[in-house]
Each structure stands twice: as structure tokens, then as C-alpha cells.
Design a protein around this ligand. Sequence first.
Ligand code: ARG
Length: 297
Amino acid sequence: MVYQSTEELDAQLKDLPPLPRPNRVVLTTPTHFDVEYVINPHMSENVGTVHKEVAWQQWKAVRAAYAALDAEPVVVNGQSGLPDMVFCANQTLPFFDPASNTKGVVLSRMHSEHREDEVPYYGRFFEDRGYAVETLPEDLDADFEGMGDALWHPGRRLLWGGYGYRTSPEAYEALSELLDVPVVLLRLTDPDYYHLDTCLCPLDAEHALVAPEAFDDTGRALIESLFDTPIEVPDHEARHQLACNGHCPDGKHVLIQEGCEETDERLRANDFVPVELDTSEFLKAGGSVFCMKQMVW
Ligand code: ARG
């Protein structure tokens, strides 16, 4: 069940099994965060420019924002030699199957060798906490970057799967089988939007922030057919401030990079409440709020 165009969609959202919102947030300390190599265009001018103290203050504000929304964060310690480990959305895809009451994570296969060693660390972390830890088939030659590219449709067992830069499309065939879920594929066509979470931000079952420049016509049509109200984000806010890398943990508040004024305006017009956070140090590495956390059941 991997869908690549609107013509292929044979199921409606309301026919898919419901999925409760994940209620626990995992954060990773920026203890060793830095820009040490360039694996996406956002990093290219920023090697060695991270202000460590500022990054810590910004990270603490992200943690406080989650705590204020009643999601008491679980904190993982960042490891030395893994400067991108703070982006803890990427090493796993958490899942929950209400039918069998199974909670687990699928481990990523990072595209860049710089980030490979982050994965076993999170594997052990989740295993120690009683989660089922799944892997893609050994003989499958495919990259997969967890919730950088694979996003749950809020409220339903349906996955959105971005591919083109970090994740291979073949990974989604395997994931669909492993998790027994339909996957809607979206081809990413602009390197500034190298992960799906930089250009699509599902807010609730009906609403999503979308950077249209990141997709082809087929992808835009798929998004429009499954979200009743896609909210278009202006290119300058999505591309340079990663406005689509915000996160809506509760269907109401949207934690988002500060200064995305037009996006904030459009969120308010749709009854969402933007909660602005400054993640400027993390933008230097190509990430903002969404990829600085992992939501688990
Ligand atoms: N420097 C990291 C990378 O390029 C940033 C990852 C940000 N994560 C995200 N989900 N967009 O891999």
C-alpha cells in the first residue's frame, strides 16, 4: 500500500484506523552540537559558527515550551563526536498500533556516514524503555531518516513519506509492510527542503503547513487531496526560517521559529496559537523545533 498519485488513492482518511496523538516528548541535549560538516545546503556557510552558550539557552527554551504544554520531556544526553545528535527526530520512526497495543520504533539508516553512529544509541535508549525496536530488512539497499522524512497523519494510521535526498522510496515499501500502514509518497525536488519535515507540517487531521516549492505537481495534489485545509507558507519563511519545521503537539499550539510572521498570521486565522521560539543556532545546521524532538507513545 504505497501511493504515488491521487489516481491511486482508493481509501479515504475516515476509513483508516484511528491513531491517538503521541503524548511523550524526547529531547536530546545540545552538549556536543555544532556544525562540523556539510550535508545539507543550510550548513554550508556555517561550519564552526555555532555559539554553544546561545544554543543551550535556545534548547532550554524549547524544553520549557514542551513542559508548559504538559508534555514532561524525557532528556537524552548528546554524545561527543555526534554534533547532529540533538536532532532526535531522525534516528527512528516511533509507531503505535492500537489494535495490538504495540509500541515501538523503526531504526533509521542514515544517508550520511557522519550520522550513522547516532542510531544505535537511540536503539538502546528505546529498548531499555520497553519499546519494540524494529529494523528494515537486511537485504534492502535503502536509506531511511526516520521522522525527518516519515510523518504520521494526525489521528490516522497513515504515513507520509518524503524521498529524494535522504530517504530512498524503496524504504517505504518495507515500512508499509512492517507496520501494516498505507504510505503516501512525496518526492522532494528542492535541496533546501531536503527532509519532508522542512516542507510539510501536519497540524491536525485537516490542517498542515506546506511549502509548495518543495514538491512537484503530483505531490501538491496528494497533499491537497488528504488535508482539507493546507496552509501555504511563504517561500522565504519556509526556506530560510524553516517555518514548516514547527510542531503542533496538541492540535492547538504550534511551536515555531520566531519571526515567521506571515505563517503565524495564517495559523491564527485557522485558530492555531503560534508559540515562537528562537532556534537560530540550530537553523545553522538545517533544523528547527520539529527535528529537535521525537514524539513517542
Ligand atoms: N544537520 C542535520 C542533517 O542535515 C539536520 C537535521 C535536521 N533534521 C530534520 N529533521 N530536518 O542531517
